[in-house]
Ligand binder design. Sequence first.
Ligand code: ACO
Length: 336
Amino acid sequence: MSKIRAAITGVHGYLPDYVLTNDELATIVDTNDEWITSRTGIKTRHILKGDEQGTSVMVVEALKGLLEKTNTPPEDIDLVICATVTGDSIFPDTANIATYKTGMVNAFGFDLNAACSGFLYALTVGAKMVEGGTHKKVIVVGADKMSSIIDYTDRTTCVIFGDGAGAVMLEPTTEPGVGVLDYEHHGDGSGEKYLYLVAGGSRKPATVDSVMAREHFVRQNGRPVFKAAVSGMSDVVKKVMARNDLDADSLDWLVPHQANIRIIQTVSKMVDFPLDKVMVNIQKYGNTTAGTLPLCLWDYESQLKKGDDIILTAFGGGFTWGALYLKWAYDGSGGA
Ligand code: ACO
């Protein structure tokens, strides 16, 4: 019997309406469009505004769009994995809120936290559930409302991040060569000190003092994160390419986490892969953490063809990083 693999059969995304420009940021902190563009490549990012609007708002919109596009009744979904670091609350998990609000009455769901590598890890877990033969329709969604943990008085972080969600449908296939074919993931907890939240978890629960000290916002030492991101992603992409006999000609697309255009350009150079086959949309959305990879697939979907060889790679807080190799399963924008 042919091996069951998990194929992506549809992708959809959601960005909130409000667009925060570099010029508006320059009215909030001491920065300017030239600095942000040249150091990060970011021009705009979307922000989810309004009272009590959590990440699930964006997840629900992405899921509804995905169901509609793939002509899938909500009750057919078996599992939803939501990669996020900004769930609506510590518990219950955002995946369950979203399955309830979209009528996925037969699905179970859970959140997965691996910062910017969250979608990649979740895609691997979802693919294994499909390959095991027990789950026929699995949705993997990457979503973050980074604006909820960003300090808009800190110019070193507030220019980088944005809000957004992207989701893919995974289904079984026995077609030779289609679907998720390989992956390699890594973690290094010593990276914690470079990118973290001080308070709000079990180690330092929220207090009046922690709020006054702005300890619920992202803290980052950008330079070591930059260096580790470049070496981590290029190393693992090279390994996955070598293992699967892929080179700059045969690989159709590289989909890197969108953290900084200079990181993307350096990785492309280090793996000797042309930038015109690297998916880039950081200029529009900034770093949406778990959202970047599916939002790239969504933006480039119309250019993808069945059989395209694609490597996704990410690096995030933790440190966490990895790469995943798949063959695309359909042509154009409609889903399989
Ligand atoms: N506007 C103007 N000046 C700024 C700004 C800003 N927004 N931010 C920093 N600066 C200043 C600094 O204060 C510093 O000034 P100084 O020389 O007077 O001290 C100068 O610019 C240079 O600062 P650096 O931090 O050295 O700038 P760098 O070129 O490293 O760029 C950046 C900073 C964009 C943060 C970069 O280091 C980076 O992208 N790092 C990786 C970040 C990343 O990828 N994070 C996400 C990881 S994934 C996750 O899990 C969330």
